[in-house]
Design a protein around this ligand. Sequence first.
Ligand code: HEM
Length: 142
Amino acid sequence: MEASLAAVAEAGIDIRLPLFERFFAAFPDRRSSFISIDAASRRMTDETLQMMFGLAEGAGWVWPLIAELVFTHRSYGALPIAEYDAFIDMTVAELGRATGAAWDEATAAAWICSAEALKAMIRKARAEWADAMPAGAPQLAE
Ligand code: HEM
């Protein structure tokens, strides 16, 4: 996983803008939720990659960060879980595209494993907020 990040960095490829264009192509109505795509795309892309990398390392900071992410995103409206899933899958797909020849089966499998873990933790965080704090919990659009 680290090698693929290094390959993309060394090639000087910034995946965030193609990633966001891909996401908006799938969910055109979501574009207007963003005040600054430039600012948000840096942090959303970065943190999604960091969370997946952290999960692969078994890092303890990932869970609190996911719990916070889900809670702060309540300000952006009722975000369907399918959009979280798609954003995560598209992040892995764009990383794979940018990695090019160095993207092999083992690398893809490692990222996909973390992607699935991240999706599961987002579901868990949404459910726990709804349970612990029904009035202020993130709206569940599902
Ligand atoms: C694991 C996935 C995600 C991570 C790690 C993440 C992370 C972040 C972070 C850190 C910000 C703050 C950006 C800033 O103010 O500089 C942000 C903003 C935002 N995120 Fe996400 N996000 C994720 C998924 C999503 C999804 C799936 C959606 C929409 C369906 C979404 C919608 C937004 C919106 C609308 C903003 C506000 C941007 C603005 O005001 O311009 N995020 N996200």
